[in-house]
Design a protein. Structure first.
Length: 437
């Protein structure tokens, strides 16, 4: 027989098990139809019980949505936007916060907007036919393409992403490029030979996803990368104001300093040193072409000290910098885009740039003058302010209007701005390259 202590211990253990079981049951209930089944599959979503939101082809301007493997990603995109919209309506009705279920948590501030309201797709559409999706529901394939849900497995070929770097796509069978960090290769010829009506790709995550070997394909990629400028109406309005105050397109130097997180935060000091070297090399080239060394040294010492004393008065500083910019060198007007969480002029990491190049300005300097007040609008959902999402776009476009542009190594933001910058300068100089026939 068990003694009293043993019986009490067993009873306590059973109560704990029952409590854990109840907690698991409550969690499953909260998740509802988003619960995962065995083997990484998912319970089918009951499409008839949800209302269809009035959505067009849209991008998300809210916080980034976490990467998920397919088919989980497909179901989340089908399911979660509706939950986000439903919660938003409930919050508006009750004036209380509605908790987003865990499966859709990163959709809590989902802010959809038409792609062609953010990017200029006109150049791309001349080369590649584009069909705009009305929404992200799976039933869209039936209404738009005539592919019934019951036939999706035979009429749609889905390339499932089981990892961020699952497959790498090769343009020719003779392409012998390394897989890099991808798991396996897929040849374009394989995809071209598929009998299904539709090829459904996953996230296509990774800038090296396409392994291109032919000159034609490389030229096409380069052309497309330079043909997607930002064109949001409010962004262009703010950009026009700021660029005008800086002296006009190509009348200042554009810079991007990534400070935020990860590897960029670790090597921030090196980034600042490299940035200063690039700017100093450019400044030295400009001054050699304009004035004698003696004149430059004499005037620079006086002007630099004076301009540094105006750092707390950006409006006056900009006026004075325009008066001294003809000397070039370190008095060139610079626009610096940055993700600094601190006010840039108070960020100790950036102080060397402001001290070395006193005519450096950031978006914060123009925000204080009301030049981005037009961004303080509410999205059509009636609840989301767009300024926090549009401000980085203004930063990017203003920096792209400079000549030259100096970016942060390995930053996708810098790469994108550089593409916009190169396309703009090529248009101004009449050196645009045409695609091979």
């Amino acid at each position: 027989m068990r003694n009293k202590g043993q019986r009490k211990k067993m009873w306590t253990g059973r109560r704990r098990k029952r409590r854990r079981k109840k907690r698991r049951k409550r969690r499953r209930k909260r998740r509802g139809s988003s619960k995962l089944c065995k083997g990484n599959s998912m319970k089918p979503l009951n499409m008839t019980q949800r209302q269809t939101p009035n959505m067009r082809k849209r991008a998300n301007l809210g916080p980034g949505i976490w990467w998920k493997r397919n088919p989980i990603n497909i179901h989340r995109l089908d399911y979660c936007p509706d939950i986000s919209e439903r919660n938003a309506l409930e919050e508006k009705r009750t004036h209380t916060s509605v908790k987003m279920e865990s499966y859709c948590y990163d959709f809590r501030k989902y802010t959809p907007i038409r792609f062609d309201k953010v990017l200029d797709l006109s150049a791309v559409e001349k080369i590649i036919p584009i069909m705009h999706r009305e929404d992200l529901h799976q039933r869209w394939f039936e209404t738009a393409l005539g592919i019934p849900s019951k036939n999706n497995t035979t009429m749609i070929y889905t390339l499932n992403d089981n990892a961020r770097y699952s497959y790498r796509i090769y343009d020719t069978r003779g392409n012998t490029e390394d897989l890099l960090n991808y798991k396996y290769r897929i040849d374009i010829d394989e995809l071209r030979a598929r009998k299904e009506k539709l090829l459904f790709f996953g996230s296509v995550f990774g800038s090296t996803r396409l392994a291109l070997s032919t000159a034609e394909n490389k030229a096409l990629r380069e052309h497309l990368m330079k043909s997607l400028p930002l064109n949001h109406e409010l962004v262009i309005q703010s950009t026009t104001k700021i660029v005008g105050k800086l002296g006009g397109v190509a009348k200042f130097v554009g810079v991007h300093v990534r400070t935020g997180d990860g590897i960029f935060k670790e090597r921030l000091n090196d980034t600042i040193v490299q940035m200063k070297m690039k700017l100093e090399n450019f400044a030295a080239k400009v001054q050699t072409d304009r004035y004698s060394k003696e004149d430059i040294e004499y005037n620079m010492a006086q002007a630099t000290a004076f301009l540094i004393s105006l750092q707390s008065k950006p409006i006056r500083l900009l006026q004075e910098c325009k008066q001294h910019s003809h000397y070039g060198d370190r008095l060139n007007i610079i626009y610096m885009a940055t993700d600094s969480r601190k006010p840039p002029r108070k960020n100790p990491v950036l102080k060397d740039i402001f001290a070395t190049f006193p005519c450096t300005f950031t978006l914060a300097d123009f925000a204080s003058q009301g030049d981005i007040d037009n961004l303080k609008v509410i999205h059509t959902d009636g609840r989301t302010r767009l300024d926090a999402m549009l401000i980085p776009m203004v930063d990017a476009v203003v920096a792209s209007r400079g000549k030259p542009f100096v970016g942060t190594r390995s930053s996708t933001f810098s790469i994108y701005v550089r593409h916009m910058n190169e396309a703009l300068l090529a248009t101004m100089e009449g050196t645009e390259t045409s695609l091979p026939k």
